[in-house]
Design a protein around this ligand. Structure first.
Ligand code: ADP
Ligand code: MG
Length: 583
């Protein structure tokens, strides 16, 4: 979609507002065109010396009234227009936000947060200006131009009008050259601003790391480098924009010189009056505005187009997974991976490689294996954050693609190793997936996640604000709050991705007991690097290079020879470590 395809339908939808503003502009233009005629008329009246006192005052009063009306119209059209284009900005921001919500990891892997934020502010502003000011200035400029030129031709002299138009082809050429450059440099200015914004966002998010590593000055240097290139790019765009003015000025001087020469000649030969020549001079001055308007429209439009290029690239980027399934309810059942192969766009070898496994409904399953063996990817495929290139994932015998995404996602409560907490109270953080939950339910979830005691020790208990603007929690506390959140959602599938890594083993043990008691009949997948976490699972899968390397219960896996069992060997290593720690 081009910028015009965005703006034209918008203008149509808000035809009343645009029409009202345009009507007022037309009023202003007509009054403005009428003014020189009136002045010329007055001059002729004075030159003739024949004006009666009363008549003269009436003419002057008319002029003054026209001035006041023009003023009123000017204020009104802006008020109407800005109220409307503001809505365009709101719509674009909503569309962007909605799209960002639909996008998954494949999108965010290739985008920078700060740049996305710049899109919602800087770029949307530029588009708003193109949709408002530019549209009306184009209308106004064209209207004024037509009115002025026809009035010149009709009431003064058509030859003079023609001479006044002589420089226009030159002007059009100059405008075209400038616009091309302006588009290019506007784009660069927006891009570099995005990069600068991104740097600021990242520095603030990682301010502790920056300080801890003593990187303040390097960071500041990088900031000033980016700020300079953003300023340079913006300056370059402005430099090109500034060229509109001299182009207008030059054209106008040429027109003025030529038409005064011709006008003098015409007056000399009594073809027009001095009053008419005076009016003509004023009309010529009025052509300045349409010329400037063209320059302003072009510059707003090019800036808007550059911004729209950036924004539409994000809005149009296809989703990694299509939401085309029709099944709206997920009945908890068997999970099946049939020969699933999946490689990340950036990865050169599959993260999951012809993997086949079945998870019985209502069981607790452990997924272990070395780092990078594909454990997290397996969970991501189950939640359909990605679609595999080969094979199929099934839920209850139905391919995942047949489910509606929202239903599928709501069916899994996923707790990652580093969960996100929002800047709100602990209670609201826990009740995120079920805001209607009562305080008692929230507390029950916190008890099951063994975090109730920790929460009660916070300054305001469950009402303590945490996150960026509140109390800082330890990694283990954050993990358990996230677990409480997942438990409260009562989703049929609970996916823990090393979610208890920062919790000590006694506490972890109690949590697992609560899970066993509380999640009867529901499926729990536990990914962990600590084997004791999965020791009691109904079944354990050991992944290696994206494949199932071993499978069985804890006892079965341990019974295997440690030389070819990763699990058996790892178990011994971890037992030894634990006993060393205990000493
Ligand atoms: P695990 O959770 O078992 O440590 P992962 O599932 O995270 O392993 O990763 C499996 C493989 O995929 C690894 O080789 C990892 O480097 C790669 N990988 C993970 N995430 C991405 C990504 N977003 N882009 C490219 N490669 C990835
Ligand atoms: Mg992982």
């Amino acid at each position: 979609m081009t910028l015009a395809q965005l703006i034209v339908p918008f203008v149509r939808r808000h035809a009343l507002a645009y029409g009202g503003s345009a009507l007022m502009l037309a009023g202003i233009a007509s009054l403005t065109v009428w003014l020189p005629r009136q002045v010329g008329h007055l001059v002729d009246l004075l030159v003739a010396g024949g004006a009666a006192d009363g008549a003269l005052w009436r003419e002057v009063a008319l002029l003054a009234a026209a001035g006041v009306m023009i003023y009123g119209f000017r204020v009104a059209w802006r008020l109407i227009l800005y109220a409307t284009t503001y809505r365009m900005g709101v719509q674009l921001r909503l569309a962007l936000f909605a799209r960002l919500g639909e996008q998954g990891p494949s999108f965010y892997g290739g985008r920078r947060t700060g740049d996305l934020m710049a899109l919602a502010t800087n770029d949307v502003d530029a588009i708003e200006l193109a949709g408002g000011e530019a549209v009306l200035a184009a209308f106004d400029g064209t209207l004024t131009f037509i009115l002025v030129v026809t009035t010149m031709a009709a009431f003064v002299d058509w030859r003079l009008a023609l001479v006044a138009l002589l420089p226009f082809p030159f002007l059009a050429f100059a405008f075209w050259r400038i616009s091309v450059q302006l588009h290019l440099h506007s784009r660069q200015a927006l891009d570099t601003f995005g990069a600068l914004n991104d740097h600021v966002q990242e520095s603030l998010a990682g301010v502790r790391a920056v300080r801890a590593l003593g990187l303040e000055s390097a960071n500041a240097q990088r900031f000033s480098g980016l700020a300079k290139s953003a300023a340079d790019a913006s300056f370059e765009a402005q430099r090109w924009e500034a060229l509109y003015e001299p182009a207008v000025g030059t054209s106008l001087s040429v027109a003025a010189t030529a038409s005064i020469a011709l006008g003098g000649w015409l007056v000399w030969h009594d073809e027009i009056t001095i009053g008419q020549l005076t009016s003509f001079g004023l009309y010529l001055g009025q052509l300045v505005w349409p010329m400037y308007a063209t320059g302003a429209v072009l510059s707003l439009w090019e800036r808007g187009r550059a911004a729209w290029d950036r924004l539409s690239a994000v809005l149009d980027q296809p989703l990694a997974v299509q939401d085309e399934g029709g099944v709206a309810t997920v009945t908890p059942g068997e999970i099946g991976f049939d020969g699933v192969t999946f490689a990340y766009p950036a990865g050169n070898r599959p993260a999951i490689d012809s993997l086949t496994l079945t998870i019985e409904p209502g069981t607790t399953v452990g997924i272990v294996g070395p780092t990078g063996s594909g454990k997290s990817t397996l969970l991501a495929l189950l939640m359909r954050q990605w679609d595999p290139q080969g094979g199929r994932v099934r839920l209850n015998g139905v391919p995942l693609t047949n489910y509606r995404l929202d239903a599928l996602r709501a069916a899994s409560a996923w707790v990652p190793q580093e969960p996100a907490l929002f800047s709100t109270t602990v209670a609201e953080n826990i009740a995120l997936a079920r805001p209607s939950a009562s305080r008692a339910e929230i507390i029950a979830a916190a008890l099951a996640a063994e975090v109730d005691e920790d929460i009660r020790r916070l300054p305001d208990g469950y009402d303590t604000v945490v996150g960026e603007r509140g109390v800082t929690l330890s990694g283990g506390q954050r993990q358990r709050i996230a677990l409480a959140r997942a438990l409260l959602s009562e989703a049929p599938f609970l996916l823990l991705d090393d979610a208890l890594s920062a919790v000590d083993s006694d506490t972890q043990h109690r949590i697992l007991e609560h899970l066993r008691a509380g999640r009867v009949g529901r499926t729990t997948l536990i990914v962990s690097h600590r084997l004791s976490t999965v020791a009691d699972a109904d079944r354990i899968f050991v992944l290696r290079h994206g494949q199932v390397h071993e499978a069985g219960s804890h006892a079965e896996l341990l019974a295997r020879d440690a030389r070819d069992s990763w699990y058996a060997k790892q178990w011994r290593v971890q037992q030894l470590e634990a006993s060393l720690d205990a000493d």
